[in-house]
Design a protein around this ligand. Structure first.
Ligand code: FAD
Length: 406
C-alpha cells in the first residue's frame, strides 16, 4: 500500500461488501485491554462499523500469565492459518491461533476485503472478506482459541521437544507443535516519517486511538486520507479543542459519505482540512507542541497540537520470526514439500511465509500445504498413532468432530 493510504473500506455500508454470517464470525479482540474504538485493528482503528463487527462468542485470550498448554499454536490468522485449523480439527487436533491484527483474515481482510477472488476451487467468485467469513464458519466446530492483537515475539525450542512462545500481549504457550502461517509478516503501522519522532511515538504521536476519552479537550492533528483517518476525525471532532485533518492530496480514499460529512464540518468552520505532508515536529523543552506541515507548493505552516494521530496504513514486516534460527531463503521459511516442515522438526510453515521449489504465493497452494502439514503434525505429536486417510463424506469420527449427524 502506498504511504498515506489507510485501511480499505471494508466496514463502510456504502461500498460493495461480500460477506456471509459476518456477525457470527467476527472475532473477539476489539475493546480488549481498554481499547476504546468499537472495533480496532492493531494500529489503524476505525470508529465506525461497530455493529457489523459485534464481538462474537469465539473464545479469545484472557491474557493469562501461566503458559497455555497447546497441541498446536498457529501463528497467523490469514486464510492459510484458518484452513490449517480446519485440517488439524479434522484429525482431532486442537489449535490456538495468534495474530497481531485484531481481526482474522490476514491480507484478505486487511488489504483487499472488498475485492472478488476468482481462483478458489468451486467458488467462481468469492469476496476476500467473504472467504475469511466462510473459513471462520468452517472451523467453528473445532473451537479454536484466538489471541488477536497479539504478536508472537518469543520462540524457543525446549529441551523436551516442546516449544515456548510468548506474545506481545503477555500470553505464553507450551506447545507440542507450531505452524507458522505468518504470510508476509505481521502488519505494522506506517510511521510519520519526520526526524525526532521516535520518543513521542505511542505518546503524543499515535498510530491508533487507545482511548477517545483521553483526547477530549486536546488540539488534534490527524494525518491520512483513508477510512481510519476520516472515521476518527468525525468521531473526535465533537470532543477535541480543535482538529485539523491533513492529507497529502485533495482526493480521499475513505468512504464518500464520510468525506462529505467531513467537508460539511469544514464548511461550517468546525475543523480544517489541509493538503500537505508532515514536515517537522514543533518541540519545546522536550514536549511536543505541534507539527509543521508542507503543502504541495512548498508552503510551510505550523499547527499547534497536543496530539498527532497518524493513519498512513499498515505494512507487513517479518519481524521476530527472522531471528528464530529457522532456515530462511529470501525472507521466507524453507520447508520440504512432504510435511511443510521448517528446518526445525515440529515447526511447520504454510502459506505465503514458506518457500520451496515451485512455490506460488496463492491461497490455494496454502490450503494444500495445510492439509499435508496437518498429517505431519499428527505424526509429530502422536508418532505411535496409525494414520488413515478418511473422507469427510463417509467418516463417522470426522462427522462427530464436525458436529454433523450421521
Ligand atoms: P496472510 O494472509 O499474509 O496472513 C498472515 C497473518 O499472520 C497476518 O494476519 C499477520 O498479521 C499474521 N502475523 C505475521 N507475523 C505474526 C506474528 N509474529 N505474530 C502474530 N501474527 C503474525 N491469492 C489468491 O490465491 N488469489 C487471488 O485472487 C489473490 N488476490 C490478491 C490480491 C491482493 C491485492 C493481494 C495483496 C494478495 C492477493 N492474493 C491472492 C494473495 C493472498 O492474499 C495470499 O496468498 C494469502 O493471503 C496468504 O495467506 P497467509 O495465510 O499465508 O498469509
Amino acid at each position: 500500500m502506498p504511504a498515506g493510504r489507510a485501511l480499505p473500506a471494508r466496514r463502510t455500508a456504502d461500498r460493495r461488501y461480500y460477506t456471509v454470517q459476518r456477525k457470527c464470525c467476527a472475532p473477539a479482540g476489539a475493546g480488549e485491554r481498554g481499547h476504546a474504538g468499537p472495533r480496532q485493528t492493531l494500529y489503524n482503528a476505525s470508529p465506525v462499523a461497530t455493529e457489523s463487527h459485534a464481538l462474537s462468542a469465539l473464545p479469545h485470550s484472557n491474557g493469562a500469565a501461566a503458559p497455555i498448554g497447546a497441541e498446536t499454536v498457529v501463528i497467523g490468522a490469514g486464510p492459510c492459518g484458518l484452513f490449517q485449523v480446519f485440517e488439524l480439527g479434522l484429525l482431532g487436533i486442537g489449535a490456538h491461533v495468534v495474530d497481531s491484527l485484531r481481526h482474522p483474515g490476514g491480507q484478505c481482510a486487511e488489504l483487499y476485503p472488498d475485492k472478488p477472488i476468482y481462483d478458489i476451487p468451486a467458488l467462481p467468485v468469492c469476496g476476500a472478506q467473504e472467504l475469511v467469513d466462510r473459513l471462520l464458519q468452517q472451523i467453528k466446530p473445532f473451537k479454536p482459541q484466538f489471541h488477536l492483537g497479539h504478536e508472537v515475539v518469543e520462540f524457543a525450542a525446549r529441551a523436551d521437544g516442546r516449544f515456548h512462545l510468548a506474545t506481545s500481549g503477555g500470553v505464553s504457550f507450551d506447545a507440542g507443535s507450531v505452524v507458522i502461517a505468518a504470510g508476509l509478516g505481521s502488519f505494522q503501522p506506517r510511521r510519520i516519517g519526520v526526524a525526532g519522532a521516535e520518543p513521542f511515538e505511542g505518546q503524543s504521536i499515535q498510530y491508533r486511538v487507545r482511548s477517545a476519552a483521553e483526547l477530549a479537550g486536546q488540539r488534534l492533528v490527524i494525518f491520512g486520507g483513508g477510512d481510519s483517518a476520516l472515521d476518527w476525525t468525525l468521531e473526535l471532532l465533537p470532543r477535541a479543542a480543535s482538529l485539523t485533518l491533513v492529507h497529502r492530496r485533495h482526493e480521499f480514499r475513505a468512504a464518500p459519505a464520510s468525506v462529505a460529512r467531513m467537508r460539511e464540518q469544514v464548511a461550517a468552520g468546525r475543523m480544517r482540512c489541509l493538503e500537505a505532508l508532515p514536515h517537522a515536529l514543533l518541540l519545546e523543552d522536550g514536549v511536543l507542541r505541534g507539527v509543521e506541515i508542507k503543502s504541495p507548493d512548498g508552503t510551510l505552516e505550523k499547527l499547534p497540537a497536543e496530539r498527532l494521530l497518524v493513519f498512513f496504513g499498515l505494512h507487513p514486516k517479518l519481524g521476530a520470526i527472522a531471528d528464530w534460527g529457522l532456515a530462511l531463503e529470501k525472507k521466507a521459511l524453507r520447508v520440504d514439500t512432504e510435511k511443510f516442515q521448517t528446518s526445525l522438526p515440529g515447526v511447520f510453515a504454510v502459506g505465503d511465509i514458506n518457500t520451496y521449489p515451485g512455490k506460488k504465493k496463492l491461497i490455494l497452494s496454502g490450503f494444500h500445504e495445510a492439509a499435508l502439514a496437518a498429517f505431519a503434525i499428527q505424526h509429530h505429536l502422536y508418532p505411535q498413532k496409525k494414520q488413515f486417510l478418511q473422507y469427510t463424506t463417509t467418516s463417522p469420527i470426522m462427522h462427530q468432530r464436525l458436529g454433523v449427524p450421521d
